[in-house]
Design a protein around this ligand. Structure first.
Ligand code: GLU
Length: 405
């Protein structure tokens, strides 16, 4: 029975819990009951944070850097962030044009919360990372989801963008390399989107570059504000140390954009979480200013895993997978499994049924495509060692081979 006190904020009540975390929780519960689960659900590198970064954090603790920092981040870290944006992205950034937050998620949420009002719209190309539409919804605004199917490489096209923009559009969210599809926008594709955006200066752009360093086949990464500098005043370019340096748990994200926006985000953060963890900020400084070899090494490892996963998934009856150009996800169609029945008797009507049955009956965790706005697919995060990936694919293949009509 709900009491009069149990009333939630309406925007929260109508939002969905994070589907990625829900699957991670299911995996944890299953493991706690003794099952051996191979998890391809969490989108995080399986490597340890490099030792020099951990040492910098320990030094920070020992040297007493354990107090509040400035809300927008330590000056030294903001200088390193600005230098990163100049060095790696060709963006003309001063340290005052940056903000440091508790993870990339907070950069995005702060930007949306600082700017959205009831009735505002945010264009979210689908497949999308699960949290974009929910964050928009939490801010009382309306996500305008536009479908970008496999036939366009899961990418937004200028025509679809132009049709989605209206007078209430506040933001467009772009993510390349993309979660969950691994799609990578070329320079030409971004330039074509920029043409449309230049004609609509009331639209802000959030460029989520968190998978920047994971592009394969020699393809180079490009970010919108560098491709079209005239859009820089309208763009929040967001990134962080989580994926590049295997630092997901340290919770450091950062961004650069117009000062009015960064100041509003800082104001919000100052009333909310304050500055990010002082210790993590010192670690992030060591990551950005220290040796960078880790990035190229891990990219090579992920590319080899990508090749293996695409091959094994495409050998699986009922599953087909395009070759993702980046990130560490394969977004595989499971259309061929629908309508079939598992040995335990479950009828697979949806991709969510497939994901749940894979966990229950094959001990492999993936996230269903519907959670990312496109069904019927499964997202496979290949951030695991090769042997575990092979075992997971064998289990998926056995599961598929045992289905009946
Ligand atoms: N970005 C990761 C994922 O998609 C981490 C989990 C999350 O925050 O959604 O799996």
């Amino acid at each position: 029975m709900t009491t009069a006190a149990q009333r939630l904020n309406e925007n929260l009540a109508s939002a969905q819990p994070s589907a990625t975390y829900r699957m991670m929780d299911r995996v944890a519960a299953k493991r706690a009951s003794g099952a051996k689960v191979i998890s391809l659900s969490a989108g995080e590198p399986d490597f340890d944070t490099p030792v020099h970064i951990c040492d910098a954090a320990v030094d920070a603790i020992r040297q007493g850097h354990t107090r509040y920092t400035q809300v927008a981040g330590l000056r030294a870290l903001r200088e390193a962030v600005a230098a990163k944006f100049r060095r790696e992205n060709g963006l003309d950034v001063d340290w005052r044009d940056t903000i440091v937050c508790s993870g990339g998620k907070q950069v995005i949420y702060n930007a949306l919360a600082a700017t959205l009002n009831e009735g505002d719209e945010v264009i979210v190309p689908a497949p999308y990372w699960v949290s974009y539409p929910e964050m928009v919804q939490l801010c009382g605004a309306h996500p305008v989801v536009v479908s970008c199917d496999a036939d366009v490489g899961f990418k937004l096209t200028p025509a679809v963008l132009a049709a989605a923009i209206g007078p209430k559009t506040r933001w467009l969210i772009l993510n390349s390399p993309a979660n969950p599809t691994g799609a990578v926008y070329t320079r030409g594709e971004l330039a074509a989107l920029a043409e449309v955006l230049l004609a609509h200066p009331h639209v802000l752009i959030l460029s989520d570059d968190i998978y920047e360093h994971l592009t394969f086949d020699g393809e180079r990464f490009h970010t919108l504000a560098a491709v079209e500098p005239r859009l820089a005043a309208h763009t929040l370019t967001m990134n962080g140390v989580s994926k590049a340096y295997a630092m997901t748990g340290w919770r450091i994200g950062f961004g650069t954009g117009p000062r009015w926006l960064l100041e509003a985000m800082e104001k919000l953060q100052g009333q909310q979480t304050s500055g990010a963890s002082s210790i993590s900020q010192h670690a992030a400084l060591a990551a950005l200013d220290g040796p960078q070899a880790f990035i190229a090494q891990t990219r090579r490892v992920f590319e080899a895993r990508r090749n293996l996963m695409v091959e094994l998934l495409n050998e699986t009856p009922g599953i087909s997978c395009a070759v993702p150009g980046g990130a560490f996800y394969a977004f595989a169609s499971c259309a061929g499994l629908l309508g079939r029945r598992t040995p335990a008797g479950t009828l697979l009507n949806t991709d969510e049924d497939v994901a749940l049955a894979l966990l229950d009956e094959a001990n492999v965790a993936v996230v269903h495509g519907g959670a990312f706005g496109l069904a019927p697919y499964i997202r496979v995060a290949y951030a695991l060692d090769t042997e575990s990936l092979r075992q997971a694919c064998q289990a998926i293949q056995r599961f598929c081979a045992a289905l009946s009509d």
